[in-house]
Each structure stands twice: as structure tokens, then as C-alpha cells.
Design a protein around this ligand. Structure first.
Ligand code: KOT
Length: 838
């Protein structure tokens, strides 16, 4: 047990009720919170009351560490990472905090002695879905690793009132429902209205000469928004470090509506308030695409300006001169959503803090670093100049000036290359004018990184080629990683216990230690335990599917899972083509010997992405037919698990035999689901895309099912002229699959329903499903064959886990610290600096 502050009462040591970790103390504290915070006693308490009481009990234990951490960081003015992200997909806090505090078992026992079930209470938590998918979840994994590695850090983002929508499936279609994650309150956060910050929008600028005769600009805004920080403590795994996630809520400033109010325009004043609050109302539900909406740009400047002003407040509070901003903070930009920071930091330094251009520019570049997360052209953010200038007139002026200096630099390095200037300009002038946010981020940062080796290489060769030629020294790769605390220890306790029983528990902090498992790969007893654990977890998912979907699933079948956002480039429909191929084989020969499979899908489609929604409908329609066709005889099942979320992902990864990572090569920047599946003992069927390449390198090619065109082959095929119809006509099984869909077999005879999808495949097939079809089917046939050799499969599964050490987010964060952030850990001692009370 850890040391905690104690009361001395008549020479008797008793634990403090807010910090003690013994079962008895936890019970007392829990009942105390139920009474004093929830205002309930056991007889009338609801499950939610119990959850809240437990959450407050755990939060109390975090607070002591949080305050200690803050005191030490402040005293030492520690160098700090500021992670700016429009999304943080944190997942439920309670379980994670229990794991990181090391009190999971004590709390389980404490609540059980009070007649409650911990799993039941964990289920109660409404997760904060403040992100779409990979990018937001990565931010959350990185915050966990920074706390675990004792790196001073602040996560800055937006406290959306409505996070990612809840997904329902009706008649096979996705239906979106608003997410009301705050409706029962949020026990994990503390509002800090005393640290509110004001952000300007709109209006115009005026030039003037200051008292020292210098040219200055004044910005007269149309609107001012107040940002109120809400802080959540984030505890590291078995450390005393509790860092902060600071999310901003938009409000109307108190004084702003007085004019309207005084003139009797009460509704006008309230309207003003509503307009302000709109800013943090809802998360944009698009993954990998950018829409150019005004409110979205307003959200970006809102959280970026609040965060930078907050950092400046901290700098002054610690008596650090502003000229040393870049020594106190390094600011990581999570894609271009916060890239307006380049212009905003310049504005703050020059207009608000009197600094000269050159010094401001040097500080800005030294402070900022940019991570790119996508190769999709439609995801590269651009803002129409008209919209940009209307909302951010001063920033547009600054961007023009940055552009002027930058293009001079380009001219000097590449004389007489006007084409290059046009391509690299921060302003796209090919038609309607746009601000190019990725260019702004590249110019304003000292580091530009991709998220997997292949992705970084493609950035250098293609998407950001000109910038690579201009600034080769800025480019570096940081392959993504995931936190083993949430994605093994918390989500897969059975596997965790088996692993730790063999190699101890150091691997939780040093994931490379998993390699010691290799010593047991020939131990039949261990292999059999490995297999029975997977089997037990699959049984749990079987029960869940039975309850959720009413589908009876064979636990001995291959659990073949594709869980991720729906997008054409991720090719969930290629998976669907495989299902229909097997179905056709059964229909042609009902007694065919097929390895039973359960195809499980999970994931949301952007509400406006018609084709992705049609793919969801197709999968559900195939399920309706296949699951009920007597010829199939339970050899195939298709299950769509609705409302995929972090909570849900934790249930799904451990149960997978086969992980589908089948994007068209050159499109998936990294992927992180691929890592979570493999860490839980699933084998991967995948293309040579994103981090799949590195996973295969680590686990060994004999333990990975690879198929399909490589990225260079994709480019070459497209350059030659790709004709999907040729594949359709020359591949008998492929033709039968497409014809089966076109016939209306999966749509009650309706031949129109899936026509847009089929037409897109037959006549365009942008993501080369037809080109990869045969390779995919052959590879899947091979998977089915290997699965029949249970010993071989188990061996492959163990070796996958044993060799996945590289993909811990601890390794990623360690590399960011070394190569980009130049930051050291600051261990936190408990006890001396602050006692809970005495
Ligand atoms: C969304 C909008 C604009 C730019 C990028 C995105 C984006 C990228 N959202 N999610 N991603 C994913 O990020 C993950 C973490 O790096 C990657 O693993 C994944 O491949 C990206 O698609």
C-alpha cells in the first residue's frame, strides 16, 4: 500500500477518509460521499448515485496527487508540453483511475462488501465522447503516457456539450441521436471560472502609431466570447503525477449584453448568450474530412486563443519573462485544427505584448510543432479567405505577412521557380482564394511529423514534398502507440493476469518486456491457458451479442472483427464482398467444408457521408439474409454492433481472433486499432498500409496475413489507367458477388437500393477493391486453413503479443520527448509539500 497522510488521534493512526486506500477506508469514504455529495442513503440510492459516490471517492484520491503535482510544477517552473487538440476521446475515467491508482481490487472488494458489483458501477459511466476516432483517441493515449512517464503536460481542447452522436440502427440504417454525456453531471472535472479568458471575433482592424512612433494595429472585434476552463486530473500509472486536461466552455461575457438588456431588449440579450454558447455546443462529426464551416473555424480560434492566453498567464505567474515562452512551453498541434496558433501566438506577442516581429516569429517557431494525421486530400483544411477575413481580420493580415517573408525565403532557396511559389504559398489562389492550414502549420513549426514510417515517407514524397525540400530538417516520424493500461490491463484482466503470472508485471510500464513471453510459446500448459482465456472472452461477447442483437453466435467460429469509422478508403465493403463470396460458395454447394466465421462490425459513419451509410446498410442487409438462411447452417454469422465507442472497444478487442486492417495502401496514416487488436492476441489480415507495415516487421511475416497492392503499386496502377470493369468481367467469383447484390437478393428484390455503391465500384472504384479482391479472398482462405490448426494459431497469437512492445504510447511519448520536445521527467513525491488536511 502507498503512504498517505494520516491523522494522529490519541496516538492511533487512522487513514484520512479522502486519501486512504484500505478497503475499510474506501467503504467509509464511499458511504460518506453518498450521503454528503449525492444526498442519499443506501435504501433510496440509484445505481447512478452509487457510481457518483464511487467516482467522488476516487477523485478525492486523485486530488491529493493533482495538487502536489501542480505545486511542484509551479515551484520549479517546469518545462511543459502543451498538447492542443480539437478532440480528446478519453473513454470512461473510473476504471482507468482505479488501475492507475493501483486500487482496482480493493475497490472491488469494498463495494462488494456493501452489496454492490464494481462492473455494474463501471457500466454506469457515460463516457465523454469528445472525439471522432483515431486522432482523438491518440491524444488520450498520449496524455496517459505523459502522466505515466512523469512529463509535465497540459491537454487543451474544447468541452463540447454534445460529443460524438450516439448511433442507433433502424431497419439496417444508421440513425444519429444527440449525445448528452453531461446529463447526470461530470464528477471528474472542476470548473475554474476564476481563470476565464476572453476571445475576440470579427470586426475590423485599425493601424495607428504608438507613443514610441511605431506602426501598430488595433483590432476592434464584433464579438467577444468568454472561455471557462474545466479541468480533469489525469493520473499516471502507479506514479504520483496527475497532469491536467483543460477543456474550454464558451459563454457570453457578463458585460456584453448590458446594452441590449438596458434598452429593454431582453430576448436580444439572451440571444447573444445563446450565440456565444453555440461555440462549444457540438463536436463536428466528420473524421478525415473538412467542410469549411464558419462555426468550426470559430471553435478553432476559440480554444487555441484561450489556451495560448492561458499559457501566457502561467508564464507570467511563474515569473518567466515572455521572451522565454518557448523555454517554458512546447506546443504540439494535433493536426491542423489548432494550426491557427501560428497566427494567434504572433498576434498575442506583437499586438498584446509589444514584441517585435522577428523575436515573435522566432519564439513562435521554437514553440510550435505539428503532427499530420492524414494523407486524404479532402481532409487538408482550407478556409475561404472571405470567411477567414470576416472572422479573423487581424490573423489574416498576420498570415499575409508571414507569407510574404516565407515566399522570400523560398525564392532565395529556389530562384526563378514561380510554380513552386504558387504551390507553397499559404494562400491558394488557383480559384476562390483559401488559407492553407497545413502550409501555415509547416511554416510556423520547428517540427513536422507523420504518425507511421510509411505515412511520413509519403508526406515527404507527396503531400508535403515542397516543404520537405525546403525544410528537410523539420521532418521526422513518430509512429503512433496505444496505452497498455486501458487497452490490456483494464480491458483484458484475464490476459493481464496470465501474462503477469509468467513474466511479472513490469511489462505494464515497459511494454518491450512482453518479449519474455516468447520463452513460453512451446509450453503446452501455457498455450492451453492462452487458448481458454480467449475462448472465455469470446463467450462473454457471445452473450452480449445475444442480448444486444438477438443473434446466436458460435464461440468456436473465427471472430473476424472490423471496428473503426466507416469510410470508403477503409474498405468495410471489401470485407462484405468476402462474406458474400463465402455465402455464394455455400449456396452453390451446401455441404462445402467451411471454417465457421462470425463477422463482427462496429463503427460510425459521418452523418453527411451517404456512401459510408449505405455500406452500413449493406452489411446489415447481408446479415439479415445470411443469418437466417437455413443453407448456411450457422457456419457464417454477420453482426453489426451499434454505437461503437471507447467503452465498447474495450469489450471487443480482447475477443478478436482476426483483426481486419484492409485500407487501400497509402491511405491510412497509421491506424491504432490494429495495435489494440494485436496486443490482445488477434492476428491481423492487412494491407501494407500505415502502421501495419511496422507491426508485421515486429511480429514477423509468418505471423501476419498480408495481401494486396503496395502503395507504389497503387500509384502505378492508377497512373496506367485503372479499369474496374475488367476485373469484374474476368473474375467469376467477383462477378457473382456483385451480381448477387445487384439482383436485390439482400434488399427484398429492390435492385435500386445498392446501385450507387455498385456503380461507384464498377465505374470508378477509387479505393481499388476490385484490384485487391482476389488477393484478399486467397488470403482469407489461407486464414481459414491456419485457424483449423489450433496449436499453430495459438503460437502465432502469443508471438504477436510478445512482439508488440514497440506500440506502447510510452515509446511514442519517449520519442517525442527526445526528438521534438526536449523535455525531462519531473517525479512527484507525495507528502511533504501539501497535506490533504491536518
Ligand atoms: C481528421 C480531419 C483532418 C485531418 C485528420 C483527421 C484524422 C486523422 N482524424 N483521425 N485521423 C486518424 O488519426 C489516427 C491517429 O494518428 C491515425 O492512426 C489514423 O490513420 C487517422 O485516420
Amino acid at each position: 500500500m502507498q503512504t498517505v497522510p494520516n491523522h494522529q488521534v490519541d496516538n492511533l493512526q487512522i487513514e484520512d477518509d479522502r486519501t486512504g486506500l484500505s478497503v475499510e477506508c474506501l467503504k467509509r469514504a464511499f458511504l460518506d460521499n453518498l450521503f454528503y455529495v449525492q444526498g442519499k442513503f443506501p435504501k433510496i440510492a440509484t445505481k447512478n448515485d452509487y457510481y457518483m459516490a464511487l467516482a467522488y471517492t476516487v477523485r478525492d484520491r486523485l486530488l491529493q496527487r493533482w495538487i502536489n503535482t501542480a505545486v511542484i510544477y509551479t515551484d520549479r517552473a517546469s518545462r511543459t508540453v502543451s498538447y492542443l487538440s480539437a478532440e480528446f476521446l478519453m473513454g470512461p475515467h473510473l476504471g482507468n483511475n482505479l488501475v492507475n491508482l493501483g486500487i482496482y481490487d480493493q475497490v472491488k472488494q469494498a463495494v462488494s462488501e456493501l452489496g454492490l458489483d464494481l462492473e455494474d458501477l463501471l457500466e454506469q459511466e457515460e463516457e465523454p465522447g469528445l472525439g471522432n476516432g483515431g486522432l482523438g483517441r491518440l491524444a488520450a493515449c498520449y496524455l496517459d503516457s505523459m502522466a505515466t512517464l512523469e512529463i509535465p503536460s497540459l491537454g487543451y481542447g474544447i468541452r463540447y456539450e454534445f460529443g460524438i452522436f450516439d448511433q442507433d440502427i433502424r431497419d439496417g440504417w444508421q440513425v444519429e441521436i444527440t449525445d448528452k454525456w453531461l446529463h447526470c453531471g461530470n464528477p471528474w472535472e472542476i470548473a475554474r471560472p476564476e481563470w476565464a479568458i476572453y476571445v475576440r471575433l470579427g470586426g475590423h482592424t485599425e493601424a495607428y502609431t504608438d507613443e514610441r512612433g511605431r506602426y501598430r494595429v488595433r483590432w476592434i472585434p464584433f464579438q467577444v466570447i468568454k472561455g471557462v476552463p474545466h479541468d480533469t486530473p489525469l493520473l499516471g500509472y502507479k506514479t504520483n503525477t496527475a497532469n491536467t486536461l483543460r477543456l474550454w466552455t464558451a459563454e457570453a461575457p457578463e458585460s456584453f449584453d448590458f446594452a441590449a438588456f438596458n434598452s429593454g431588449d431582453y430576448l436580444g440579450a439572451v440571444q447573444e448568450k445563446m450565440v456565444s454558447e453555440n461555440l462549444s455546443k457540438v463536436l463536428y462529426p466528420n473524421d478525415d474530412s473538412s467542410q469549411g464551416k464558419r462555426l468550426r473555424l470559430a471553435q478553432q480560434i476559440f480554444f487555441v486563443s484561450c489556451s495560448l492566453q492561458d499559457m501566457i498567464r502561467i508564464v507570467f505567474g511563474q515569473n518567466v519573462p515572455l521572451e522565454k515562452f518557448h523555454e517554458k512551453f512546447v506546443v504540439q498541434l494535433n493536426d491542423t485544427h489548432p494550426a491557427i496558433a501560428v497566427a494567434e501566438l504572433m498576434r498575442l506577442l506583437i499586438d498584446e505584448h509589444d514584441m517585435g516581429w522577428d523575436q515573435a516569429w522566432s519564439i513562435t517557431q521554437k514553440s510550435l510543432a505539428y503532427t499530420n494525421h492524414t494523407l486524404l486530400p479532402e481532409a487538408l483544411e482550407r478556409w475561404p479567405i472571405s470567411l477567414f477575413g470576416e472572422l479573423l481580420p487581424r490573423h489574416l493580415e498576420i498570415i499575409y505577412e508571414i507569407n510574404y517573408h516565407f515566399l522570400e525565403e523560398v525564392k532565395a532557396k529556389f530562384p526563378a521557380d514561380s510554380d513552386r511559389l504558387r504551390r507553397m504559398s499559404l494562400i491558394d489562389e488557383s480559384g476562390e482564394k483559401y488559407v492553407r492550414m497545413a502550409h501555415l502549420a509547416c511554416v510556423g513549426s520547428h517540427s513536422i511529423n507523420g504518425v507511421a514510417a510509411l505515412h511520413t515517407k509519403l508526406l515527404q514524397q507527396d503531400v508535403l514534398r515542397d516543404f520537405y525540400q525546403m525544410y528537410p530538417e523539420k521532418f521526422n516520424n513518430k509512429t503512433n502507440g496505444v496505452t497498455p493500461r486501458r487497452f490490456i490491463v483494464l480491458s483484458n484482466p484475464r490476459l493481464t493476469n496470465l501474462i503477469s503470472s509468467k513474466i511479472g508485471d513490469n511489462w505494464v510500464k515497459n511494454l518491450k518486456d512482453l518479449k519474455h513471453l516468447e520463452a513460453f510459446v512451446d509450453d503446452p500448459e501455457f498455450c492451453s491457458q492462452w487458448r481458454s482465456i480467449k475462448s472465455a472472452i469470446k463467450q462473454d461477447l457471445v452473450a452480449y451479442i445475444q442480448k444486444q442483437n438477438g443473434i446466436t453466435v458460435n464461440p468456436d467460429s473465427i471472430f473476424d472483427i472490423q471496428a473503426k469509422r466507416f469510410h470508403e478508403y477503409k474498405r468495410q465493403h471489401l470485407n462484405a464482398l468476402h462474406i458474400i463470396t463465402l455465402y455464394n460458395r455455400i449456396k452453390a454447394n451446401p455441404d462445402i467444408d467451411i471454417t465457421p466465421r462470425t463477422f463482427i462490425f462496429g463503427g460510425k459513419a459521418a452523418p453527411g457521408y451517404y456512401m459510408a451509410k449505405l455500406i452500413i446498410k449493406l452489411i446489415n442487409s447481408i446479415g439479415d439474409v445470411v443469418n437466417n438462411d437455413p443453407d448456411v447452417r450457422d457456419r457464417l454469422k454477420v453482426v453489426f454492433l451499434k454505437n461503437y465507442s471507447v467503452k465498447f472497444a474495450q469489450r471487443v478487442y480482447p475477443a478478436a481472433d482476426l483483426s481486419e486492417q484492409i485500407s487501400m495502401a497509402g491511405k491510412e496514416a497509421s491506424g491504432t486499432g490494429n495495435m489494440k487488436f494485436a496486443l490482445n492476441g488477434a492476428l491481423t489480415i492487412g494491407t501494407l498500409d500505415g502502421a501495419n507495415v511496422e507491426i508485421r516487421e515486429e511480429v514477423g511475416e509468418e505471423n501476419f496475413f498480408i495481401f494486396g497492392l503496395t502503395a507504389p503499386e497503387v500509384y502505378a496502377l492508377k497512373a496506367r489507367g485503372y479499369r474496374p470493369l475488367d476485373y469484374y468481367h474476368s473474375n467469376r467469383e467477383l462477378k457473382a458477388v456483385i451480381d448477387r447484390i445487384a439482383s436485390g437478393h439482400f434488399s427484398h428484390g429492390d435492385t435500386k437500393l445498392f446501385k450507387p455503391l455498385l456503380d461507384s465500384l464498377l465505374y470508378r472504384d477509387e479505393y481499388l477493391l476490385f484490384a485487391d479482391y482476389q488477393a484478399y479472398i486467397d488470403c482469407q482462405d489461407y486464414v481459414s486453413q491456419v485457424y483449423r490448426d489450433r496449436d499453430r494459431w495459438t503460437r502465432m497469437s502469443i508471438l504477436n503479443v510478445a512482439r508488440m512492445g514497440k506500440f506502447s504510447s510510452d515509446r511514442s511519448i519517449h520519442d517525442y520527448c527526445q526528438d521534438i520536445w526536449n523535455i525531462q521527467s519531473v517525479p512527484i513525491e507525495l507528502g511533504e509539500c501539501i497535506q490533504a488536511k491536518e
